[in-house]
Write a protein of this length. Structure first.
Length: 133
């Protein structure tokens, strides 16, 4: 029979990376959750994105990839539309960061979305030269 904290630690591996302020202690909350989806399609990205949205930490970060910058723009639109049309409520003290890469991209070509604490608006923080919507 596993110890109680072993069960908790295994459950935390539902996220790709979980950071604690000073190491994991019984029932402590993480300060950062990171999810990284390495399949290059929107459905897989959204599955892990919504999983991340169910987690709680002051900072939640999502990395993922799609085939092209146009596909990245579509994904940005999907995330923004869901935020406006769903009954989802974001925790008031949680910030979210989404980085979307695509084939053939340069080092600065990430599509970057940011949702500030207390807001349901997703701001596109990508470099202007790389933003196409």
């Amino acid at each position: 029979i596993p110890r109680e904290n072993e069960v908790h630690e295994r459950a935390e591996y539902l996220f790709d990376f979980t950071l604690y302020k000073s190491g994991w202690k019984d029932y402590s909350l993480p300060i950062v959750l990171i999810e990284h989806e390495n399949q290059w399609n929107e459905a897989a990205f959204l599955r892990d994105f919504w999983k991340l949205m169910l987690g709680y930490a002051p900072l939640r970060v999502m990395f993922g990839y799609v085939k092209s910058n146009e596909n990245a723009g579509s994904l940005v639109g999907t995330i923004r539309a869901e935020a406006q049309t769903s009954s989802w409520t974001y925790p008031g003290d949680t910030e979210d960061l989404v980085l979307i890469g695509h084939e053939g991209m340069g080092a600065l070509d990430w599509r970057i979305l940011h949702r500030a604490a207390g807001s349901s608006d997703w701001k596109d923080s990508s470099l202007p030269a790389h933003t196409q919507e």
